[in-house]
Write a protein that binds this ligand. Sequence first.
Ligand code: HEM
Length: 485
Amino acid sequence: VMFIFVCVSRKLLEYECISLYLTDRRKNEPPLDNGWIPWLGHAMEFKKDAAKFLARMKEKHGDIFTVRVAGLRVTVLLDPNSFDNVLNDRDSFDYINIRNLVTQKVFSLQLGSIEPTSERMAQHFQGHSLSSLSSCMKTHLQNLLLHCHNGSTPSEWKQDGLFDLCYSLLFKAGYLTLFEKDNAEAVYKEFRKFDNLLTKLARGSLSREESKIASCSRERLWELLSPHQLRGGSESRTWQQRYCDILQQEGIDADMQKKALLLQLWTTQCNAGPTAFWLLGFLLTHPEAMEAVKSEIRGLSTLRDTSFQHPQINPLEAHSTPVFDSVLSETLRLTAAVMIRREVVQHKILHMVNGQKYHLRQGDIVCMFPFLSPQMDPKIHQEPQSFKYDRFLNEDMRVKDTFYKNGKRLKYYTMPWGAGNNSCIGKAFAVTTLKQFVFLALTHLDLELYDPKAKLPPVNPSRYGFGMLQPEGDLQVRYRQKRAA
Ligand code: HEM
């Protein structure tokens, strides 16, 4: 009897072990999906197209699940109403270790345990500083857009890829505004090389040849950005110099300060150009949206002509532009894909807004991917794949900000600017910049698709998780300066 008992117990134990190996899921944990490849789990699929992979997992498991990715357990949370339970709990969820891993890999930068500098830098994008940055930006945009004809006359048609055109103009104007150095062209060229390899660099999947190119490019950029090449005296502190001051106070040495400038270049310049591309691309391929924006602009110029009391006020800042704002929100909903990650630093019970509770293990990663939910979630936005320029407009032409998931009103119904420690401090500046750029382009240029039947190029799937998406290929346009009326 004893023997049978031992055998049965052993069998039971083996069965337990096998099922534990296969599922390794403990009580009250989110559904676990290990994938078929031991240790690697779903790493390959995740790398290739994170949006497609996570959408498949969402379909299978719902709004919370754990996947194995290269030895790590990653819990993916796709219920925006529960995001704050992670974002606001800084005792259980750490941000700094994960940030350091990425900055080390991509920028060869060690920031140690310093807290994010965003709160201290945010003041440079507010109030008076914001106005002067915006007016400086406008001047640079105007100069670049209207006074650069590459040898041709302004009224001659020119052909270009819209992505290259937008990225180069916004990058150069942004660089001149924030870095105040006159090597914008060289920095832009080198930056695009680096940016093209950045996702592979972050994932450690560069070939030997690419790895060489990325390292050279990074070195060259450090040199081009380095402060000893700065113009001007020490009394006029640029935004970039102020950033270095903060790092200095934190005890970061000169070498790391130099490297940190590339991180700053990337965070401040990698999003606006691609956004301008998608925005103009959507307008050019959706004539009713283009007409609505142009009609709003015509309204503004009438206002400007008749506003004798405040002729100095920029009509863009003085008047609301609900149509443009909705077009921008809709563009960002479809093309902004930040990934917000935290490390679980102590055992945690995560409360979901629907009352369910899940155990999270210490050492696991929690990942929110707002692109899938809220942004592309059919429970929140009808026909999420299509561009509807008035999705964020109410009938009275005011901003629409009431959206629901499972009957509960959402705080986060689109999250292009991130949240918590991962939020954009340049948001107001970016919005003004994009408005300036689009309005300048539409009022001063004749801009049209080179092939009237052309469609927007597809998204480059390797960029999910890295901020603004970029296209695979480009959209050819032709443009010329409008003749003065
Ligand atoms: C449409 C354009 C933009 C979008 C969608 C965007 C989005 C974001 C997001 C999602 C983050 C958080 C990234 C993360 O921590 O993972 C971020 C950070 C940041 N953004 Fe933006 N951004 C845009 C334009 C700009 C511009 C034009 C500037 C400034 C010139 C800027 C300045 C910054 C800075 C400094 C941070 C880092 C804050 C920190 O230190 O933690 N952004 N942005």
